[in-house]
Design a binder for this molecule. Structure first.
Ligand code: SAH
Length: 473
């Protein structure tokens, strides 16, 4: 982080502006809206400055900048059209360890003015720190549209009831749950309709109700890795939870989106790893929920596809713990889409099967014969370690050794790798390319459709539509 965003209380605080023209005017307006006391030095002033002086909002000093003018000021803005003057202001302020902003000269800025979205008392500040102002502006425009104007009155209402709620409900987590309930209630609609007395009454009713302390478990699919594949519901519950219990498949970029002060517990699991046994994870969810926590059980892909989500819910039921299940984009769907492999296709595959390469402990084998017929797609989860076995069984059962295969490592993530070849090369490809988990095996005629992508020559790493593809000839 190049700059730390801080929100500074400027009410009645002295700020020096060097410059009296239009550039200085813009900054002065922003500073005045935050209640700063302006001292402006310049040989001439725009008329607005004169008016502000009459209103007692600004003190104008007719003349030139001197370092002694910095005495007692909190901030200083160099806003002249003369680079030498601006540099002198910057040097003098920096020598005194003061925060200085030089307009339109980012290297000479100890602080900067962000783009502001004002829904007071909710304020949002956006900046690209001078690197991409147009991008920052577009982002601001998008947020302006997204953020309803009743946010301000809503936050004011909350502010008025804070002390009362604090007196009635003890404990930070319980208070947070109360406010979540308020924001999900018709209080918001009343504020939106400008029915403030009704909103207040409704809020008081909610406060009078017994505060439910019961915990809850949200079993949430986080998708294969790209955070943009999260559902809105997943994001909302990740933001509501007191605790997030996650495993290794949940990408770090997705964990970034979890509520900042939520507790995070990793129950990571990789094939062959001795991590938290499933029994213990089930028990953990039960214990946290019984302690009154809102628990987000965040799982890679979809919780009900090779995700043991069903077992975790079965463990909650005897304890009468409330739960919700939020589907996620399963690895097969995400990886295939990002790799350009349609899992079914009228000419190449009339069905698709999702299979685990991780056999049951009793060693029961899947029905290799049914999977060996042509024109069907097999997507094998957790198949890396068993690649040689899968290859052998399918060929022995009659599937052609020339069936196209793809191995997708870290699908949908920035590090995504796609290796293609044929079924008879499968195990060799896995070891030759040192494929690591998570990786998915896709076997079937549809893999040949990747040729339709614009893909030339034999370069090992070719970006196609933003993905990195690796090809074996
Ligand atoms: N519930 C998950 C699957 C969990 S099983 C889902 O619906 O996707 C774990 C296996 O999923 C991994 O061994 C790997 O085969 C596959 N997998 C999950 N995420 C993946 C990714 N980003 N890229 C490739 N394979 C992935």
């Amino acid at each position: 982080m190049q700059y730390l965003p801080l929100f500074v209380k400027l009410t009645d605080k002295p700020v020096l502006i060097v410059g009296g023209g239009s550039v200085a005017l813009r900054k002065a307006g922003t500073l005045l809206s935050a209640g700063a006391k302006l001292h402006v030095v310049s040989p001439e002033f725009a008329p607005e400055f004169i008016a502000w002086q009459h209103e007692g909002k600004a003190e104008l000093i007719n003349g030139y900048f001197k370092p002694t003018m910095l005495d007692g000021k909190l901030l200083v803005i160099a806003a002249t059209d003369n680079d030498a003057v601006n540099a002198a202001v910057y040097d003098a302020a920096t020598a005194r360890n003061m925060l200085v902003n030089t307009v339109d000269d980012q290297p000479k800025c100890g602080f900067i003015f962000p783009s502001i979205i004002d829904r007071s008392p909710i304020i949002m500040a956006i900046s690209s720190f001078g690197t991409a102002p147009v991008l920052a502006r577009r982002l601001r425009e998008k947020l302006e549209v997204l953020l309803p104007h009743h946010l301000g009155p809503l936050a004011q209402l909350v502010g008025r009831f804070r002390d009362q709620v604090k007196a009635k409900i003890s404990g930070f987590a319980a208070r947070r749950q109360f406010w979540e309930k308020v924001f999900d209630s018709d209080v918001v609609r009343d504020v939106q309709a400008n029915q403030l007395p009704q909103a207040e009454q409704r809020l008081l009713q909610l406060l009078d109700e017994p505060q439910q302390q019961a915990g809850e478990v949200y079993v949430v699919g986080a998708g294969p890795g790209d955070p943009e594949l999260l559902t809105l519901k997943a994001l909302q519950l990740m933001q509501q939870a007191d605790v997030v219990v996650y495993d290794y498949l949940v990408s770090p970029q997705i964990m970034e989106l979890v509520r900042r002060d939520a507790e995070r517990i990793c129950v990571g699991k990789k094939a062959g790893d001795h991590s938290v046994p499933q029994q213990d994870t089930n028990q953990l969810l039960v214990d946290l929920a019984l302690a009154g926590k809102k628990v987000c059980r965040l799982k890679g892909g979809d919780p009900f596809i090779f995700g043991r989500g069903g077992e975790e819910i079965q463990a909650l039921i005897p304890h009468n713990i409330a739960f919700q299940v939020v589907p996620g984009v399963t690895a097969a769907a995400g990886c295939a889409a990002y790799a350009g492999i349609p899992l079914t296709h009228r000419d190449h595959a009339q069905s698709v099967q999702f299979i685990t390469g991780h056999c049951r402990p009793d060693g029961t084998e899947p029905d290799w014969y049914s999977m060996s017929k042509a024109n069907q797609t097999l997507v094998i989860y957790m198949g890396l370690m068993k690649a040689a076995h899968i290859q052998q069984q399918l060929i022995d059962a009659g599937r052609s050794g020339n069936t196209p295969v793809a191995i997708i490592e870290n699908g949908t993530r920035r590090e995504q790798r796609i290796i293609t070849g044929t079924l008879q090369q499968l195990a060799e490809l896995v070891s030759q390319h040192q494929i690591n988990s998570p990786a998915l095996l896709v076997i079937g005629e549809v893999v040949s459709l990747q040729h339709d992508l614009h893909w030339f020559g034999q370069r090992p790493q070719v970006p196609v539509f933003g993905q990195t593809l690796t090809r074996m000839e």
